[in-house]
Design a protein around this ligand. Structure first.
Ligand SMILES: [Zn+2]
Length: 251
């Protein structure tokens, strides 16, 4: 998966800080020769400091692109920029433990998936059941398959199973990509489509919404069949944590 806006980049306005790992805006300044050297030009061409607005710590960049210092990055890809904060925290925790315990990382990623699914599909039921309900609501099969990979591998990491999570060096790192893929499906793409929809002329948008409003049907016919409302375009939509109902913790 391609890197996203959280990856530290030269002269980037904001990214995940290499120190505190918080996604934060960055201030940039040139690297100067000491004044008493009295050399010209005064600045190292292509060398800069970035300063994190969250932890106020400097990082050194060189050759217009390289993060020279600090030389430490967490394993695993950076999170999708649309990942909600409470799920991002679990994702970053998984990155921190990946090197010492792939099983723990897999369990945490499964927990992050469960939290995401609980916001998409509140109420009682196992993760397996909820993925099934999301499919019925229109979740794409590839997104459901990605969820199932994470669910099954995560379950095997926590409970004895047939998968050797620790024995496959590439399995758990791939799960980070899988969770990012899920977030892309259920959050990024709907957001992008909605943003483009908002660029349509108001009249066109209203006509589309009128077209999709539930129609009054002749007596005796179900009003549900064939009726699509504008809200149905967001039928698999992220809901805030405050809206989340209690749900069973299950597989
Ligand atoms: Zn920082």
């Amino acid at each position: 998966m391609a890197s996203n806006g959280r990856v530290p980049s030269y002269e980037g306005d904001a990214f995940s800080c290499p120190y505190c790992n918080v996604y934060a805006t960055q201030r940039w300044t040139d690297v100067e020769w000491p004044k008493w050297w009295n050399v010209k030009p005064r600045f190292y061409h292509g060398w800069k400091w970035s300063c994190c607005s969250h932890c106020d710590t400097l990082a050194l960049w060189g050759h217009h692109q390289l993060l020279v210092w600090p030389n430490r990055t967490l394993p695993g890809p950076c999170a999708n920029e649309d990942m909600p904060p409470e799920i991002l925290a679990t994702y970053e925790e998984a990155r921190q433990v990946l090197a010492i315990s792939p099983r723990a990382a897999a369990g945490l990623l499964r927990l992050a998936l469960q939290n995401l699914i609980d916001t998409l599909e509140p109420g009682a039921g196992s993760v397996n059941d909820k993925i099934g309900r999301l499919v019925q609501r229109g979740l794409e099969p590839s997104a459901a398959k990605a969820m199932d990979i994470l669910r099954v591998v995560g379950n095997n990491a926590v409970h004895p199973g047939r998968l050797d999570v620790d024995g496959d060096a590439e399995l758990v790192p791939a799960l980070f990509e899988i969770l990012n893929l899920v977030v892309h499906h259920v959050l990024t793409r709907p957001r992008q489509v909605e943003a483009l929809f908002e660029t349509l002329p108001a009249g066109a948008r209203e006509a589309i919404e009128r077209r999709d409003e539930p129609k009054a049907l002749p007596p005796g016919r179900s009003s549900r069949k064939g009726a699509r409302s504008s809200s149905n375009r967001k039928s698999v939509a992220y809901r805030d944590q405050s809206d989340r109902a209690e749900s069973a913790v299950d597989c």
